[in-house]
Design a protein around this ligand. Structure first.
Ligand code: ADP
Length: 144
């Protein structure tokens, strides 16, 4: 049984989320299980190289973050998991690094991730999924 499950969500990809719902429900049965949903806003290399990502130079960033958070909240509702078992996270950066970092911070014992976008079937594993499988310190369930 798992105490802390991390489910990275690519909010631009609805089908991927549909795939993982039943697997998350199966593994989050205990009352004490916490399910962490994370979506990462990939940082714009140019702005972040100038150190501008969070500053007043990008006044729309906060607004954008709130939109992303609202979209994540909508997606999370589809999982039908009691609210007290859920925590959502929105961060900025490299998706794979942020996923691995949060897994460490939350002492995650299971990461549930989709293998890749359905339309990109040439890859066995997408780049984010591959990096997570390779570097995670906990169990990873790859949903195909
Ligand atoms: P592809 O390259 O086909 O998009 P990915 O490896 O990027 O494949 O995506 C597989 C899974 O990785 C997604 O279903 C999601 O769980 C996770 N993922 C990808 N991008 C993000 C992101 N920006 N935030 C959170 N999770 C992500």
């Amino acid at each position: 049984m798992y105490n802390s499950i991390l489910v990275p969500i690519d909010i631009s990809e609805g089908d991927l989320t549909q795939q993982v719902i039943s697997h998350v429900q199966t593994h989050a049965v205990m009352n004490t299980t916490k399910v962490h949903f994370l979506t990462v806003i990939p940082s714009l290399p140019y702005y972040s190289s100038l150190g501008l990502a969070y500053s007043v130079e990008m006044p729309k960033m906060q607004e954008f973050r709130e939109e992303v958070q609202a979209k994540l909240d909508d997606i999370v509702k589809q999982f039908k998991i009691p609210a007290n078992k859920i925590q959502t996270h929105v961060t900025t950066g490299s998706p794979k690094d942020q996923i691995l970092k949060l897994a460490d911070t939350m002492s995650t014992d299971l990461i549930i991730i989709a293998s890749h976008r359905p339309d990109i079937s040439t890859y066995l594993l997408g780049s984010t999924a591959a990096a997570v499988v390779r570097h995670a310190k906990c169990a990873v369930l790859v949903v195909r």
